[in-house]
Design a protein around this ligand. Structure first.
Ligand code: GLN
Ligand code: ZN
Length: 765
């Protein structure tokens, strides 16, 4: 038997029914006062703490609560507030806090970006001239609240200084250490107050340690944590890492802290190997993240116990902590909000609350012996087995197709240079063909009609007529604008992944499976619980209808496998690449159906390809090769004269240009207008032979670009890209824009295009 302690790293903020989101939005809309917001959120916070207490979690995190984002919380703690918000010192008001996150008329919001490789977005600290000064010790506040209200001796959670500063912008490599030095005393001020208040454990998150970085940077960690230890010798610091293994395991576990938290789920088996190779310091606690904090499937507790008992061989008795791999912020609150789900799927799920139950069962099994939790272990074993063996999960036809993959040709018949001629021959497009990325504004009317249909207040036929009417209206608008390749507008879709999830087998939507994406915004990723299969045509009806209204080519519109995977909760019993290939095989049928029905320009969107890149570079190659393979599985069975497009949104493009070329799409459109210069310099260095549309204006802002601006973007691009390869389009889908600004911007785009065409025709004569 081993004495173990249970712990949690962070709890979802949203509330079981997104009460947190509603409270924030009511406040922003002036429907409740600040006092009411504070009261409502306090109730939610205490409810979440109480649940953890009742479950028997030993180390309960406090201060993981936020009104928006934990990185922004760190910024306002230390007074890192952009000048444009004119903060006058002192504790930051809630209004200023929200202004930084959301902007106000006199000052634009701070940027936001993805938290490591998750879909959670944090507010980027602006570190130019950063001089930290503790304005408010929020950790202490939340610690005292939990103690007073519930008698919980909580574990305050902080983002560590190095990770925090690495996530910020405006610092540079040379001055980085000086910046860290400035933050050490500020952190110590917080920690000292916690120590005096009687805090035993503090969790300091340094996920930066789980990325690949230069070894010299380790000395920053040594310095910081030595200072912390010196200043607060009675505080137990849990240095928490997650999302990957540690490149410098040996050095990290020897940092002067009481406990090191290590991810044993997203580490590709490397954490255990390191532990077995280098051992673990006898005087330290090892916090073992064994329950997956980023996915929603029930743990195989027998396997987890075995893992924990191996780990315990290397840890001094009494110093093993059992916990989720990372904060539960990344999973929905409780599966019991989904009573309508199929029993077998429900049995195989585990959301935040259930994950904490798993942690407690594992801790008891270690400490008291398996027989004390025999019922729980058995129930989990049976539930996992039931799902794994169920017909839900296993489609023999799909499994046979996957086993036969090597016999499927994933190349187009002709190379690009040959097939593009055949495409040009029938498409007859002008120089600089114009198109859009797929979606047109989802007006309030589109959204309310869909809502009425979902509630059953209007019939399928009525809804369909409405979608057709909207499609027809926009085909007319596109013809009037004189666009060359048209789209149907995606009015039938709320979300580009959800829509495919609804039509493919193996997916399940949830009702309350929300996770925070940014601020009050939450997403509800579909569950991919079983083998994915094509069951019915997905997009053919809409595309064919649109094509029937015009002589110009209408572009079909699909979402590619990796994006579907990255924005879903994917089953964890088979490799993710296998699931991507299943999606690829299913979509291949959809591509063929479109082609059969006369849609011969087909766009397959892969916007999330870049963001899903593994944290460690060493894993990029496999990820990118797998992505290329599933994309080609989707797209290569078409005729040579069918034109395959793809679209990606990101700016950091240098890294993966070879992958983009390897996709072998005939035309790619890329979101670039906010970083035009960099992308173009990429093209000055590599030769890209296929056709390409660099977004010529930014759709993320309601501002209508001028003709001159668009022209200058086109001219800049044409310095690096041959005119014959170049397409003209906005930089992303238009569904979040309003109709008047969309039409005005497209008018300017077409005008700019026509002028540039005229210049080139003169040149060619
Ligand atoms: N076709 C999609 C649209 O236009 C692409 C969205 C995206 O790039 N994220 O909305
Ligand atoms: Zn896009």
């Amino acid at each position: 038997m081993v004495k173990a302690i249970s712990s949690n790293l962070g709890y979802p903020r949203l509330g079981e029914k997104r009460e947190w989101k509603r409270a924030l939005e009511k406040f922003w809309n002036g429907l409740i006062t600040e006092q009411e917001l504070l009261a409502e959120t306090k109730t939610l916070r205490l409810h979440a703490l109480k649940k953890q207490q009742e479950k028997g979690i030993d180390l309960i995190p406090v201060g993981d609560f936020s009104f928006y984002d934990q990185v922004l919380d760190t910024s306002v703690t230390f007074g890192i507030i952009p000048k444009r918000f004119q903060h006058d010192g002192g504790k930051v008001s809630l209004n200023t806090y929200f202004d930084i996150a959301r902007g106000k008329s006199e000052a634009v919001a701070s940027e936001m970006t993805k938290w490591f490789n998750t879909n959670y977005h944090y507010i980027v600290p602006e570190l130019v001239d950063a001089t930290p000064k503790v304005l408010h010790n929020r950790s202490l506040y939340y610690y005292e609240e939990a103690k007073k209200e519930l008698g919980i001796d909580g574990k305050p959670v902080l983002i560590g200084p190095i990770t925090y500063l690495k996530l910020g912008k405006g610092s540079n490599a040379e001055s980085f250490e000086a910046l860290v030095d400035k933050f050490i005393p500020a952190y110590i001020e917080i920690l000292t107050e916690l120590e005096s208040a009687g805090v035993e454990w503090v969790q300091i998150d340094e996920p930066y340690l789980a990325t690949s970085f230069a070894k010299e940077e380790l000395q920053l960690f040594e310095k910081v944590y030595k200072e912390f230890q010196k200043a607060t010798p009675n505080l137990k610091i849990e240095l928490q890492t997650y999302f990957e293994s540690l490149d410098y395991y040996e050095e990290v576990v020897n940092l002067p802290v009481a406990a090191v938290g290590i991810d044993f789920v997203h580490d590709h088996g490397e954490s255990l190997k390191a532990l077995e190779t280098y051992g673990f310091p006898a005087d330290k606690f090892l916090a073992a993240g064994v329950v997956d904090g980023r996915n929603v499937w029930r743990s195989n507790l027998d396997e987890k116990l075995e893992l924990l008992s191996t780990i315990s061989n290397y840890v001094t008795d009494g110093k093993l902590i059992v916990q989720p791999s990372n904060s539960l912020l990344h999973v929905p609150v409780t599966k019991w909000s989904e009573p309508e789900l199929d029993e077998i799927i429900l049995g195989g799920l585990s959301f935040a609350d259930q994950k904490l139950d798993e942690v407690v069962v594992l801790t008891k099994a270690l400490t008291l012996g398996k027989e004390h939790v025999a019922t729980e272990l058995k129930e989990a074993r049976l539930a996992v087995l039931a799902l794994n063996e169920s017909s839900h999960r296993n489609n023999l036809e799909v499994q046979a197709a996957i086993a036969n993959l090597e016999n499927i040709r994933v190349e187009r018949d002709l190379p690009f240079a040959e097939r593009i001629k055949l495409q040009h021959a029938w498409l007859q497009l002008p120089l600089f063909p114009t198109t859009t990325i797929g979606s047109f504004p989802q007006s309030p009317e589109v959204r309310s009609t869909r809502a009425e249909w979902l509630k059953g207040n209007i019939t399928d036929a009525e809804y369909n007529t409405f979608i057709e009417k909207e499609t027809a209206r926009w085909i007319q608008i596109q013809e009037d604008l004189d666009l060359d390749v048209l789209v149907h507008g995606e009015f039938e879709r709320t979300d580009m992944v959800e829509y495919f999830g609804q039509k493919l087998a193996g997916f399940q939507a949830t009702k309350f499976g929300w996770v925070q994406s940014y601020g009050s915004r939450a997403v509800r990723p579909p569950l991919i619980y079983g083998d994915v299969a094509f069951t019915e045509e997905i997009t053919v009806k809409e595309s064919v209808y649109a094509q029937s209204l015009t002589k110009r080519p209408v572009k079909g519109m699909l979402t590619a496998p990796v994006t579907i995977i990255n924005w879903s909760f994917v089953r964890d019993d088979i490799p993710e690449s296998t699931v991507a290939n299943q999606v690829g095989l299913a979509l291949r049928k959809e591509v063929e159906a479109l082609e059969r029905n006369g849609i011969k320009v087909i766009q397959v969107d892969e916007p999330a390809l870049r963001e899903g890149l593994p944290l460690k570079r060493a894993r990029w190659e496999k990820y990118l090769n797998d992505a290329v393979y599933s994309f080609k599985l989707t797209t290569t069975s078409v005729q040579n004269d069918t034109q395959i497009h793809t679209h990606m949104c990101y700016s950091d493009f240098d890294d993966i240009i070879e992958t983009i070329s390897a996709l072998d799409a005939d035309v790619i459109s890329i979101e670039t207008s906010r970083s035009h210069g960099e992308i173009i310099s990429t093209f000055e260095e590599v030769t890209y032979d296929k056709e390409i549309g660099l977004g010529v204006y930014d759709i993320h802002s309601p501002r209508v670009p001028t003709v001159a601006e668009i022209q200058s973007n086109i001219h800049r691009a044409l310095r690096a890209i041959d005119a014959k390869q170049f397409w003209i389009n906005p930089d992303c889908g238009l569904k979040t824009r309003k109709e008047p600004e969309t039409i005005a911007a497209l008018q300017d785009m077409i005008k700019a295009t026509k002028e540039v065409r005229a210049e080139y025709q003169v040149l060619e004569k």
